[in-house]
Write a protein that binds this ligand. Structure first.
Ligand SMILES: [Zn+2]
Length: 279
């Protein structure tokens, strides 16, 4: 996931990636400030839809002037994640779940715009799809799934579905790099369960070949879609009988301050070696 625009976001992401997400295990949820206090996830499942039909926002990252990460042999993130995203959307639709794509071909859409688009449509969940890169570390590969103040359960289910399929391959199984918490804008500003899937590393010699393959992209999409369907199935069973009003999230980015618990070294338990990931 490379955010080349604007530059301040690149700097922020680099710092945030170093300071928070890679060092924060999924179980150590961030404690948001009062202004951004998270509603318990159990009470916000599948709220926001304007009709009986569940709507899922599928968000292929980057696009247009922002190609995202550039991997080995010039492999572009946008060219990997768009076909995956389109197939996820198609599968969900075939299963009777309405979807919204924040983009459906190679054009630029701003990060805020993606969240607003999803909110206006009354989506129930938000799934952003990206591919990763890291300079000078061809040895780094694997799947990461991010959440923030909502979406841990969605992240866990989608992540384990992907690992359950692609992590079982006999040759070059997909490495499980964990479910993590990170303040990515599309997660932070979404007022519904939102996750960001980093499907693998374009800078890994083995993984870039897989990610460039149509067959592997299809298998990845199938696993993501299966995870979303499993989550929706569980969530609708729980929440159908109890209508819950949509959660308002009038948050300005500047209102957020790192909680003390995140800065405390005692709470940072890296599941993987701390590495600098270009965001
Ligand atoms: Zn990306």
């Amino acid at each position: 996931m490379v955010h080349s625009l604007p530059k301040s976001w690149v700097l922020f992401c680099s710092l945030a990636a170093i300071l928070f997400p890679l060092a924060t295990p999924a179980t150590a949820l961030l404690q948001p400030s009062n202004a951004e206090k998270a509603t318990p996830e159990a009470s916000i499942k599948l709220v926001g839809q304007k009709s009986d039909k569940i709507l899922v926002t599928i968000d292929p990252g980057h696009g247009g002037k922002d190609p995202g990460a550039i991997g080995l042999d010039g492999l572009r993130e946008v060219d990997v994640i768009l076909p995956i995203s389109l197939r996820v959307s198609k599968i969900l639709q075939e299963k009777g779940v309405a979807t919204q794509l924040t983009r459906d071909s190679d054009y630029f859409v701003g990060l805020d715009e993606r969240v607003v688009m999803s909110r206006k449509a009354g989506a129930s969940i938000f799934v952003s799809i990206h591919a990763n890169s890291i300079d000078n570390r061809p040895d780094v590969n694997g799947l990461e799934t991010y959440h923030y103040h909502r979406g841990l359960e969605l992240a866990n289910i989608v992540h384990s579905n992907i690992i359950g399929v692609l992590g079982e391959d006999r040759d070059e199984p997909l490495l499980d790099r964990g479910v993590r918490s990170a303040r990515f804008l599309v997660l932070r500003k979404s007022d519904i369960p939102a996750i960001l899937v980093e499907v693998g590393y374009l800078t890994s010699p083995t993984e870039s070949i897989k990610l460039n393959s149509e067959k592997y992209q299809e298998r990845m999409a199938d696993a993501i879609a299966q995870g979303i369907l499993e989550y929706l199935d569980k969530s609708t069973n729980v929440s159908n009988s109890i209508p819950v009003p949509p959660v308002k999230l009038p948050i300005k980015p500047s209102a957020w301050k790192p909680p003390a618990s995140v800065n405390s070294p005692s709470t940072i338990i890296p599941r993987f070696p701390l590495i600098e990931v270009q965001k």
